[in-house]
Design a binder for this molecule. Structure first.
Ligand SMILES: Nc1nc2c(ncn2[C@@H]2O[C@H](COP(=O)(O)OP(=O)(O)O)[C@@H](O)[C@H]2O)c(=O)[nH]1
Ligand SMILES: [Mg+2]
Length: 328
């Protein structure tokens, strides 16, 4: 890496469209470098608008393959897009994601920005760093931001909080094709993607899905989720996917749900960040250690742990006063 750019240089390069500046800004933010905060302060644009798309679904259904061909396709059309891959298992997003990253080399280049992030140990929950990264992408003028989750657990449900449009990817299953209903993913889908539509069982899967959609017709005022068939490794179904995404985006604009979503998103992020910050600050107050240890002593000597915990919280919230001053 070259010598560290000055604040002004970094800003200038970012504004001039130098792709290296994007990575630099995101890294500084991720490292909690004060320079990252300062840069974001100048670059953040609340009026920048990318279509934020979530791609979620069980491991192996073909999410990365799909994101890869879709990103390539959009990039070939001249669109500028960012891909954020969330990997909940690895603190350094090595391991599971490496294969994806290698595949992503096909599209990495002029118009596509790729960032992977871990969820473990992240500050303020899973979504804070992803949200900031998306904001940086938007400020850089990207018009689409795709967030792919790895497909394990809560992360996949949480992704909906970060995006305008959530796509749930499924694959034809032999036998129990409605198993996916239990995953908690079905309630969040704006678009169903049945990938691996080259495999047997596709028709049955789609029939089941249509039945499901009929029973749960609306996820969000007046929107019925379409079902898109794809064969990701052959690049099939991308036109239909593009159409479905654009239709949902238009729907959000028409119903003014987009602004509402953005507002909700900001509030959620603020809350997550606040809880994180407030907890650390309270716990680390100068008088805190003494109060914490005193509470531990009392519990060890038989005091009611519930009462002690609540009292400690009140003491810490009350600030610098000593334990005796807030004694009830
Ligand atoms: N037959 C078939 N295989 C596919 C299709 N899309 C992806 N795959 C394969 O499915 C496997 C898992 O794909 P991957 O994109 O890593 O899934 P992810 O875990 O959801 O990201 C890979 O071996 C892909 O080549 C498809 O449309 N048809
Ligand atoms: Mg993947």
């Amino acid at each position: 890496m070259s010598r560290r750019w000055t604040h002004e240089e970094c800003l200038e390069r970012f504004r001039a469209g130098d792709r290296r500046a994007v990575g630099r800004v995101i890294s500084l933010i991720e490292q909690h470098d004060p320079e990252g905060t300062a840069l974001l302060g100048e670059l953040y644009r609340s009026d920048a608008r990318a279509h934020r798309i979530g791609i979620t679904g069980a491991p192996g259904v073909g999410k990365s393959t799909l994101v890869n061909v879709f990103a390539k396709r959009l990039s070939d059309e001249g669109q500028k897009l960012g891909v954020i891959a969330i990997d909940p298992s690895s603190p350094f997003t090595k391991g599971a994601f490496l294969g994806d990253r290698v595949r992503m080399q096909d599209v990495k280049g002029g118009n596509v920005f790729i960032r992977s992030m871990a969820t473990r140990g992240s500050v303020g929950g899973l979504s804070w760093p992803a949200w900031l990264t998306a904001a940086v992408f938007e400020a850089f003028g990207l018009n689409k931001v795709i967030i792919e989750t790895v497909g394990v657990g809560q992360v996949d449900v949480d992704v909906q909080e970060l995006v305008d449009t959530t796509c749930v990817v499924l694959q034809p299953e032999a036998g129990d094709s409605m198993q996916f209903l239990k995953a908690g993913l079905m309630e969040i889908a704006h678009i169903y993607i049945v990938n691996k539509a080259d495999k047997p069982g596709t028709r049955a899967m789609i029939a089941d899905l249509m039945e499901f959609v009929k029973m749960h017709p609306e996820v969000e005022g007046g929107w019925t989720p379409p079902i898109v068939e794809t064969v990701a490794n052959e690049g099939q179904g991308l036109d239909e996917l593009t159409e479905a995404l654009d239709a949902h985006r238009k729907h959000l604009e028409k119903t003014e749900a987009l602004e509402e979503k953005r507002r909700l998103r900001i509030r959620r992020q603020l809350k997550a960040r606040f809880f994180h910050r407030a907890k650390i600050d309270l716990w680390n107050r100068p008088s805190g250690t003494e109060q914490v240890e005193a509470a531990v002593d009392r519990i060890q000597q038989g005091a009611n742990p519930l009462e002690e915990a609540d009292r400690l919280a009140r003491q810490l919230l009350a600030g610098e006063r000593s334990a005796s001053e807030v004694e009830e």
